[in-house]
Design a protein around this ligand. Structure first.
Ligand code: KIV
Length: 273
């Protein structure tokens, strides 16, 4: 359980996140994709659970997030919602379900909200998807923006390197962040951009910014749960801090179990009927 016990039980809402920014309280966000892990991180006091399309990498073993479907995201989000009492649950809109046109975007977002009971959606991109975001917002669905490194555009970027190091891209990112604020997004994820730029955006917009690989000047942080718990050891970017080494713990526990089965030590007489 987090040491911050203030308001630990009260439901997190988009309004509460805004209030946290205004009071200078940092927002802690993690990804989850299933009931059991969502329950654990919710009980630990996480503020926001993102049902990320990173499920494509860490749950399905794909190289990119692009293969994720709407049905798959809804399945994950539905499981997470069942395990969550306090955190705000945000579900990623998967690639290909909102970029085409605003009508299709709205239909996709409505399916997520109706079928999974997530409380908000997240969408990657700025000016290019403005109309889709506006359409979704007009239906009363809260939208979290996502700027900087947007993994659904990996085939355009060709690399997962830091974005917006050049002035032109940085200026576009600032303009996109202002636009997302203006049209009514409740928060913005800033992924893998220079810390100084993320800090500047965080000062210039009134809505919370949540960083990943974007330094300490954002209003909150997000990490992929499998990365920070050391389940997924093959991924070690500079920005990642590992809070546990679950892959070693799981490997040792499973090895122990195998030994006990092979040696007929398990089950013993107290472990049978
Ligand atoms: O899909 C995801 O997990 C994300 C986070 C990395 C922000 O978008």
């Amino acid at each position: 359980m987090s040491t911050n016990t203030v308001d630990n039980k009260r439901k997190v809402t988009t309004a509460r996140l805004l209030d946290m920014k205004q009071r200078g309280e940092k927002i802690a966000m993690l990804t989850a994709y299933d009931y059991s892990m969502a329950k654990l991180i919710d009980e630990a006091g996480i503020d926001v659970i993102l049902v990320g399309d990173s499920a494509s990498n860490v749950m399905a073993g794909n190289m990119t997030t692009l293969p994720m479907t709407l049905d798959q995201m809804i399945y994950h989000a539905k499981s997470v919602v069942k395990g969550t009492e306090r955190a705000l649950v945000v579900c990623d809109m998967p690639f290909g379900t909102y970029q085409g046109n605003p009508i299709e975007a709205l239909a996709s977002a409505i399916r997520i909200m109706k079928e999974s009971h997530a409380e908000a959606v997240k969408m990657e991109g700025g000016a290019e998807i403005r109309e889709s975001i506006e359409r979704i917002l007009s239906a009363g669905i809260p939208v979290m923006g996502h700027l900087g490194l947007t993994p659904q555009s990996i085939n355009k970027f060709g690399t997962y390197a830091v974005r917006a190091k050049e002035e032109r891209e940085a200026e576009k990112l600032i303009a996109d962040a202002r636009m997302l604020e203006e049209i009514g997004c409740f928060a913005i994820v800033l992924e893998k951009i220079p810390a100084a730029l993320a800090a500047r955006v965080s000062k210039e917009v009134s809505i919370p910014t949540i960083g990943i690989g974007a330094g300490n000047g954002t209003d909150g942080q997000v990490l992929v749960m499998h990365d920070m718990l050391g389940i997924n050891k093959g991924f070690s970017p500079k920005f990642l801090r590992r809070y546990a080494d679950l892959s070693t713990i799981i490997n040792e526990a499973v090895g122990h179990y195998i030994d006990d089965v092979k040696s007929s030590d398990f089950p013993n007489e107290n472990e049978q009927y």
